[in-house]
Design a protein around this ligand. Sequence first.
Ligand code: MN
Length: 231
Amino acid sequence: MSYVFTPPAVPSVPVVGRSERFPIHRIYCVGRNYVEHAQEMGFTGREPPFFFLKPADTAVVVSAGETGSMDYPTLTSNLHHEIELVVAIGTGGRNIKAADAKKHIFGYGVGLDMTRRDLQGDMKKQGRPWCIGKAFEQSSPIGPITPAEQVGDVENAEIWLQVNGKDRQRSNVSKLIWNIGETIEHLSAAWDLAPGDLIYSGTPEGVAAVAKGDVLEGGVAGIGTLKLRIA
Ligand code: MN
């Protein structure tokens, strides 16, 4: 096979305890999946889950023990953090039932769904796609993926984020509106899941702005932490 130009490298994430990396196929994100975050965004009630995508090359991959770097993006003056549990798909499928979802999961990671909130808000008001608010350069920082068999009770794990050492978000994965199995059921009804897909499962309450120079550190108990500086 020859190409008219050199194709970009496949984005990939380190795997805890393995030398092989996890190649990213697609990045799916779940919107408003914690009650108190839905409320802070002005919504109530259990609406069906909804999804958006980010290109795989928006991942900022941060190795264990390192501090990653994300450039403050263009066009915004309200860059928000959203700490999220990330589900890494190892086996693809269509119309996966919630009860079977675990068989499709390779592992779990900690991610940030960085958001140009002002642009997202403008698009919402106009009923336009969220892409410019969500799917921009370096908008998907992620730490190493821990294989599922090494992860304990992820469904009841604490999830947290600090900015410059101060708590911003602190909740528990048990507060997901649509749990991991239900999310995979809904997602795989709409798209064919494939090995390498990442699912950012939603963020708890406490989203807020960050500035250049801020250091974000977040984690999910049993899965590790993610540290990122805004440059
Ligand atoms: Mn999010």
